[in-house]
Design a protein around this ligand. Structure first.
Ligand SMILES: [Zn+2]
Length: 296
Protein backbone atom coordinates (compact mmCIF):
# COMPACT_ATOMS: atom_id res chain seq x y z
CA UNK A 1 0.00 0.00 0.00
CA UNK A 2 1.57 3.25 -1.16
CA UNK A 3 -0.68 6.15 -0.17
CA UNK A 4 -0.13 9.66 -1.48
CA UNK A 5 -1.41 12.24 0.99
CA UNK A 6 -2.49 15.78 0.16
CA UNK A 7 -0.86 18.69 2.00
CA UNK A 8 -2.92 20.52 4.65
CA UNK A 9 -3.54 23.35 2.17
CA UNK A 10 -4.59 21.04 -0.67
CA UNK A 11 -6.88 19.00 1.59
CA UNK A 12 -8.62 22.12 2.94
CA UNK A 13 -9.11 23.61 -0.54
CA UNK A 14 -10.55 20.32 -1.82
CA UNK A 15 -12.95 20.04 1.13
CA UNK A 16 -14.22 23.58 0.46
CA UNK A 17 -14.65 22.80 -3.26
CA UNK A 18 -16.53 19.54 -2.62
CA UNK A 19 -18.70 21.33 -0.03
CA UNK A 20 -19.72 23.84 -2.70
CA UNK A 21 -20.48 21.04 -5.20
CA UNK A 22 -22.48 19.13 -2.57
CA UNK A 23 -24.57 22.19 -1.75
CA UNK A 24 -25.07 23.24 -5.41
CA UNK A 25 -26.22 19.74 -6.36
CA UNK A 26 -28.86 19.78 -3.61
CA UNK A 27 -27.26 16.86 -1.78
CA UNK A 28 -27.57 18.75 1.53
CA UNK A 29 -29.96 21.23 3.13
CA UNK A 30 -29.09 23.78 5.80
CA UNK A 31 -26.02 22.50 7.71
CA UNK A 32 -26.30 18.82 6.70
CA UNK A 33 -23.47 16.63 5.43
CA UNK A 34 -19.79 16.21 6.22
CA UNK A 35 -16.55 15.70 4.35
CA UNK A 36 -13.08 14.55 5.44
CA UNK A 37 -9.67 14.07 3.87
CA UNK A 38 -6.62 12.19 5.17
CA UNK A 39 -3.34 14.15 5.18
CA UNK A 40 -1.12 11.57 6.89
CA UNK A 41 -1.36 8.00 8.24
CA UNK A 42 -3.13 9.25 11.39
CA UNK A 43 -4.52 12.70 10.57
CA UNK A 44 -7.52 14.14 8.71
CA UNK A 45 -9.07 17.51 7.96
CA UNK A 46 -12.86 17.66 8.27
CA UNK A 47 -15.91 19.90 8.18
CA UNK A 48 -17.27 21.44 11.40
CA UNK A 49 -20.77 21.28 12.83
CA UNK A 50 -23.31 24.04 12.28
CA UNK A 51 -22.22 25.47 8.94
CA UNK A 52 -23.58 25.21 5.38
CA UNK A 53 -21.26 23.09 3.28
CA UNK A 54 -21.71 25.56 0.43
CA UNK A 55 -20.25 28.51 2.35
CA UNK A 56 -17.36 27.22 4.44
CA UNK A 57 -14.06 29.03 4.87
CA UNK A 58 -10.67 27.43 5.42
CA UNK A 59 -10.63 28.60 9.06
CA UNK A 60 -13.86 26.70 9.77
CA UNK A 61 -12.21 23.32 9.12
CA UNK A 62 -10.95 21.02 11.87
CA UNK A 63 -7.79 18.88 11.97
CA UNK A 64 -8.15 15.62 13.90
CA UNK A 65 -6.29 12.44 14.75
CA UNK A 66 -7.79 9.09 13.75
CA UNK A 67 -8.22 8.45 17.49
CA UNK A 68 -10.77 11.30 17.62
CA UNK A 69 -8.66 14.01 19.28
CA UNK A 70 -8.86 17.55 17.87
CA UNK A 71 -5.46 18.82 16.71
CA UNK A 72 -6.53 22.21 15.35
CA UNK A 73 -9.88 23.98 15.12
CA UNK A 74 -11.40 27.43 14.69
CA UNK A 75 -14.57 28.59 16.41
CA UNK A 76 -16.54 25.50 15.46
CA UNK A 77 -16.38 21.92 16.76
CA UNK A 78 -16.17 18.88 14.47
CA UNK A 79 -19.48 17.30 13.45
CA UNK A 80 -20.91 14.59 15.71
CA UNK A 81 -21.03 12.43 12.57
CA UNK A 82 -17.23 12.46 12.31
CA UNK A 83 -17.34 9.19 14.26
CA UNK A 84 -18.44 7.31 11.16
CA UNK A 85 -15.64 8.88 9.08
CA UNK A 86 -13.06 7.86 11.69
CA UNK A 87 -14.45 4.35 11.70
CA UNK A 88 -14.06 4.03 7.91
CA UNK A 89 -10.41 5.21 8.11
CA UNK A 90 -9.67 2.90 11.03
CA UNK A 91 -11.31 -0.13 9.42
CA UNK A 92 -9.71 0.45 6.01
CA UNK A 93 -6.28 2.16 5.99
CA UNK A 94 -6.43 2.47 2.18
CA UNK A 95 -9.22 5.06 2.44
CA UNK A 96 -8.09 8.70 2.12
CA UNK A 97 -11.43 10.50 1.74
CA UNK A 98 -15.03 10.19 3.02
CA UNK A 99 -18.21 12.07 2.03
CA UNK A 100 -21.62 12.00 3.67
CA UNK A 101 -24.78 13.78 2.50
CA UNK A 102 -28.54 13.43 2.21
CA UNK A 103 -29.08 13.42 -1.60
CA UNK A 104 -32.86 13.25 -2.19
CA UNK A 105 -33.14 10.10 -4.33
CA UNK A 106 -30.62 7.87 -2.56
CA UNK A 107 -31.95 9.08 0.80
CA UNK A 108 -35.43 8.06 -0.36
CA UNK A 109 -34.10 4.55 -1.09
CA UNK A 110 -32.50 4.62 2.39
CA UNK A 111 -35.87 5.58 3.86
CA UNK A 112 -37.48 2.73 1.94
CA UNK A 113 -34.76 0.36 3.21
CA UNK A 114 -33.86 -0.57 -0.38
CA UNK A 115 -30.23 -1.37 -1.25
CA UNK A 116 -28.90 -0.30 -4.64
CA UNK A 117 -27.94 -3.74 -5.88
CA UNK A 118 -29.54 -4.34 -9.26
CA UNK A 119 -27.18 -5.11 -12.12
CA UNK A 120 -28.59 -2.66 -14.63
CA UNK A 121 -25.83 -0.21 -15.31
CA UNK A 122 -22.17 -1.09 -16.10
CA UNK A 123 -20.69 2.24 -14.92
CA UNK A 124 -22.27 1.84 -11.50
CA UNK A 125 -21.17 -1.78 -11.25
CA UNK A 126 -17.53 -1.14 -12.22
CA UNK A 127 -16.72 2.10 -10.39
CA UNK A 128 -19.14 1.95 -7.49
CA UNK A 129 -20.42 -1.59 -6.98
CA UNK A 130 -23.49 -2.42 -4.94
CA UNK A 131 -24.64 -0.06 -2.19
CA UNK A 132 -26.13 -1.95 0.77
CA UNK A 133 -28.59 -0.22 3.07
CA UNK A 134 -27.46 -0.68 6.69
CA UNK A 135 -29.93 -0.76 9.59
CA UNK A 136 -31.10 2.40 11.31
CA UNK A 137 -29.09 4.05 14.06
CA UNK A 138 -29.59 7.61 15.30
CA UNK A 139 -27.51 10.20 13.40
CA UNK A 140 -24.37 11.09 15.33
CA UNK A 141 -24.67 8.03 17.63
CA UNK A 142 -22.01 5.36 18.18
CA UNK A 143 -24.45 2.93 16.57
CA UNK A 144 -23.69 4.24 13.08
CA UNK A 145 -19.94 3.52 13.10
CA UNK A 146 -20.74 0.03 14.38
CA UNK A 147 -23.35 -0.51 11.66
CA UNK A 148 -21.01 0.46 8.80
CA UNK A 149 -17.87 -1.33 10.04
CA UNK A 150 -18.58 -4.70 8.33
CA UNK A 151 -18.65 -3.04 4.89
CA UNK A 152 -15.61 -0.73 5.03
CA UNK A 153 -13.21 -3.12 3.29
CA UNK A 154 -15.65 -4.81 0.93
CA UNK A 155 -17.75 -1.93 -0.44
CA UNK A 156 -17.31 1.70 -1.51
CA UNK A 157 -20.55 3.29 -0.35
CA UNK A 158 -23.57 2.63 1.87
CA UNK A 159 -27.09 3.87 2.45
CA UNK A 160 -27.83 4.64 6.11
CA UNK A 161 -31.46 3.68 6.82
CA UNK A 162 -33.78 6.70 7.19
CA UNK A 163 -30.80 9.01 7.01
CA UNK A 164 -28.61 9.40 3.88
CA UNK A 165 -25.62 8.15 1.90
CA UNK A 166 -21.95 7.60 2.77
CA UNK A 167 -19.08 7.02 0.29
CA UNK A 168 -15.32 6.61 0.61
CA UNK A 169 -12.32 6.18 -1.67
CA UNK A 170 -8.56 6.12 -2.07
CA UNK A 171 -8.75 9.91 -2.42
CA UNK A 172 -11.32 12.50 -1.39
CA UNK A 173 -12.10 13.10 -5.06
CA UNK A 174 -12.83 9.40 -5.55
CA UNK A 175 -15.11 9.45 -2.48
CA UNK A 176 -16.99 12.43 -3.94
CA UNK A 177 -17.33 10.80 -7.37
CA UNK A 178 -18.70 7.71 -5.67
CA UNK A 179 -21.25 9.79 -3.77
CA UNK A 180 -22.32 11.33 -7.09
CA UNK A 181 -22.53 7.82 -8.57
CA UNK A 182 -24.70 6.63 -5.67
CA UNK A 183 -27.24 9.40 -6.36
CA UNK A 184 -27.07 8.82 -10.13
CA UNK A 185 -27.55 5.05 -9.74
CA UNK A 186 -30.48 5.67 -7.35
CA UNK A 187 -32.05 8.06 -9.81
CA UNK A 188 -31.81 5.53 -12.66
CA UNK A 189 -33.32 2.82 -10.43
CA UNK A 190 -36.14 5.22 -9.55
CA UNK A 191 -36.85 6.08 -13.18
CA UNK A 192 -36.70 2.51 -14.47
CA UNK A 193 -38.59 1.05 -11.51
CA UNK A 194 -41.28 3.65 -11.03
CA UNK A 195 -41.60 5.85 -14.11
CA UNK A 196 -40.47 3.80 -17.12
CA UNK A 197 -41.65 0.67 -15.32
CA UNK A 198 -39.12 -1.70 -16.92
CA UNK A 199 -35.41 -2.51 -16.66
CA UNK A 200 -33.45 -5.18 -18.54
CA UNK A 201 -31.26 -6.61 -15.81
CA UNK A 202 -27.76 -7.60 -16.95
CA UNK A 203 -27.25 -11.35 -17.26
CA UNK A 204 -24.82 -13.21 -14.98
CA UNK A 205 -22.36 -13.53 -17.88
CA UNK A 206 -22.53 -9.78 -18.53
CA UNK A 207 -21.94 -9.09 -14.83
CA UNK A 208 -18.96 -11.49 -14.76
CA UNK A 209 -17.46 -9.63 -17.72
CA UNK A 210 -17.84 -6.28 -15.91
CA UNK A 211 -16.32 -7.66 -12.73
CA UNK A 212 -13.27 -8.75 -14.75
CA UNK A 213 -12.95 -5.18 -16.08
CA UNK A 214 -13.28 -3.88 -12.52
CA UNK A 215 -10.51 -6.22 -11.35
CA UNK A 216 -8.27 -5.11 -14.21
CA UNK A 217 -8.78 -1.52 -13.04
CA UNK A 218 -7.49 -2.60 -9.63
CA UNK A 219 -10.87 -2.19 -7.90
CA UNK A 220 -11.29 -5.09 -5.50
CA UNK A 221 -14.25 -3.67 -3.59
CA UNK A 222 -17.88 -3.09 -4.50
CA UNK A 223 -19.58 -6.45 -3.93
CA UNK A 224 -21.74 -8.22 -6.48
CA UNK A 225 -25.32 -7.52 -7.48
CA UNK A 226 -27.57 -9.72 -5.34
CA UNK A 227 -29.28 -11.36 -8.27
CA UNK A 228 -29.20 -11.22 -12.02
CA UNK A 229 -31.16 -13.04 -14.65
CA UNK A 230 -29.69 -16.21 -16.12
CA UNK A 231 -30.45 -15.18 -19.68
CA UNK A 232 -29.56 -11.92 -21.42
CA UNK A 233 -32.66 -9.90 -22.28
CA UNK A 234 -30.85 -6.96 -23.88
CA UNK A 235 -29.28 -8.51 -26.97
CA UNK A 236 -31.83 -7.43 -29.63
CA UNK A 237 -31.77 -4.00 -31.20
CA UNK A 238 -34.94 -2.12 -30.34
CA UNK A 239 -36.20 0.33 -32.94
CA UNK A 240 -39.30 2.48 -32.76
CA UNK A 241 -41.51 2.90 -29.73
CA UNK A 242 -44.58 0.78 -30.49
CA UNK A 243 -45.61 -2.21 -32.55
CA UNK A 244 -48.08 -0.12 -34.53
CA UNK A 245 -45.55 2.37 -35.74
CA UNK A 246 -42.97 -0.32 -36.45
CA UNK A 247 -45.38 -2.42 -38.44
CA UNK A 248 -45.28 0.12 -41.24
CA UNK A 249 -41.52 -0.30 -41.63
CA UNK A 250 -41.11 -3.93 -42.62
CA UNK A 251 -37.97 -4.88 -44.51
CA UNK A 252 -38.39 -5.03 -48.23
CA UNK A 253 -41.35 -2.64 -48.53
CA UNK A 254 -40.64 -0.06 -51.22
CA UNK A 255 -39.80 3.22 -49.54
CA UNK A 256 -39.54 1.49 -46.14
CA UNK A 257 -36.60 2.11 -43.86
CA UNK A 258 -36.70 -1.07 -41.82
CA UNK A 259 -33.65 -2.82 -40.43
CA UNK A 260 -33.39 -6.57 -39.92
CA UNK A 261 -34.67 -6.53 -36.33
CA UNK A 262 -37.98 -5.03 -37.31
CA UNK A 263 -39.32 -8.13 -39.00
CA UNK A 264 -39.04 -10.13 -35.81
CA UNK A 265 -40.68 -7.50 -33.61
CA UNK A 266 -43.56 -6.65 -35.95
CA UNK A 267 -46.96 -7.88 -34.69
CA UNK A 268 -48.85 -10.46 -36.77
CA UNK A 269 -50.54 -8.76 -39.70
CA UNK A 270 -54.15 -7.85 -39.02
CA UNK A 271 -53.94 -8.86 -35.38
CA UNK A 272 -54.86 -5.40 -34.13
CA UNK A 273 -56.25 -2.17 -35.51
CA UNK A 274 -52.74 -0.86 -36.00
CA UNK A 275 -51.25 -4.22 -36.92
CA UNK A 276 -51.48 -3.95 -40.72
CA UNK A 277 -48.14 -3.80 -42.43
CA UNK A 278 -47.51 -1.63 -45.48
CA UNK A 279 -47.39 -4.88 -47.45
CA UNK A 280 -50.91 -5.79 -46.22
CA UNK A 281 -52.23 -2.33 -47.05
CA UNK A 282 -50.64 -2.44 -50.47
CA UNK A 283 -52.22 -5.83 -51.28
CA UNK A 284 -55.66 -4.73 -49.96
CA UNK A 285 -55.50 -1.60 -52.10
CA UNK A 286 -54.49 -3.74 -55.10
CA UNK A 287 -57.47 -6.10 -54.53
CA UNK A 288 -59.92 -3.19 -54.10
CA UNK A 289 -58.65 -1.44 -57.23
CA UNK A 290 -58.87 -4.68 -59.19
CA UNK A 291 -62.42 -5.38 -57.87
CA UNK A 292 -63.49 -1.85 -58.78
CA UNK A 293 -62.02 -2.36 -62.24
CA UNK A 294 -63.97 -5.63 -62.73
CA UNK A 295 -67.24 -4.11 -61.51
CA UNK A 296 -66.83 -0.74 -63.25
ZN1 LIG B 1 -26.33 12.92 8.10
Amino acid sequence: MNLKFLSDFEAKELILEIGRRMYTKNYVAANDGNISCKTGPDTIWTTPTGVSKGYMKGDDLVKMGLDGRVIQQGKLKPSSEIKMHLRVYNENPEVCGVCHAHPPVSTSFAIGGISLDKAIYPEALVNLGTVPCVHYEAPGSQGIPDSIAPYCTTHNALLLANHGALAWGASLMEAWYRLESVEHYAMILMYTGNIIGKANVLSCDQVRELVKIREKLGIRTGGLPSCCVDRATNLADVGGSSGGARALCVAGVPGGTAGPADTEAAPPAGSAKTGLSALDIESIVREVVSALGKNG
